[in-house]
Design a binder for this molecule. Structure first.
Ligand SMILES: Nc1ncnc2c1ncn2[C@@H]1O[C@H](COP(=O)(O)OP(=O)(O)O)[C@@H](O)[C@H]1O
Ligand SMILES: [Mg+2]
Length: 187
């Protein structure tokens, strides 16, 4: 690979990072550095950021679409999720779109969804053996409660897996929270 090609790739990566984490996103959400990256999924990246108006941490999911390649619609995902209010479902608060252009001059659209920040990882890192049988049952029951709530609202989730169930610990109790409505379907 030639030096010029390497330089272009490096520039492109830097540009993407700057675009992903401007100092103040939408005049409100403070990112910072790459250390704020908390998750990488199939389409998007999730960052921890500071809501400077409400003065609390939030999680920001970003998906960039280049040119005509539209594989994922985060705005639709947030629209769906923002109607839901349940203790076992992650709460989305905001969505917006940033327009830009790539190094090759193609138009880019970065969709940004803002949700409550869930601090204690996801179920894929949960140490089940450290929990009593009653605690294990309680976690599973809460996940089923979230699922039942979705079904009552005519949403089929279609993506149950440990990395889509986040964890919040409150007064020693584990509260699982379902996230990622990317491939869910409304009946
Ligand atoms: N609200 C949140 N708070 C903390 N971490 C999150 C939050 N949302 C997502 N994450 C982290 O980011 C990862 C990817 O998020 P997800 O919405 O599942 O994206 P994808 O659709 O790309 O799979 C999750 O597995 C989790 O580790
Ligand atoms: Mg996911």
């Amino acid at each position: 690979m030639g030096l010029v090609k390497i330089a272009i790739i490096v520039l492109d990566v830097l540009k993407i990072n700057c675009k992903y984490i401007p100092m103040l996103l939408n005049n409100k959400y403070q990112g910072g550095s790459q250390t704020n990256l908390i998750g990488i999924g199939g389409f998007g990246r999730v960052y921890k950021a500071w809501d400077t108006l409400l003065e609390k941490y939030v999680a920001i999911k970003m998906v960039t679409i280049e040119g005509a390649k539209i594989q994922y619609n985060l705005v639709e995902e947030v629209k769906k999720a923002a109607t839901l209010t349940h203790e076992n479902i992650v709460r989305f608060n905001d969505v917006f779109v940033l327009k830009g252009s790539s190094l090759t001059g193609e138009e880019t659209e970065t969709q940004v969804g803002v949700m409550e920040y869930i601090p204690d990882g996801d179920v894929s890192h949960l140490d089940w053996l450290s929990l009593s049988i009653a605690e294990q049952k309680d976690v599973i029951l809460q996940i089923l409660n979230g699922l039942e709530y979705l079904h009552k609202h005519k949403i089929i989730y279609r993506d149950i897996k440990p990395s889509n169930i986040l964890i919040k610990r409150e007064n020693g109790k584990i509260i699982p929270k379902m996230t990622d409505f990317g491939i869910s379907k409304t009946l």
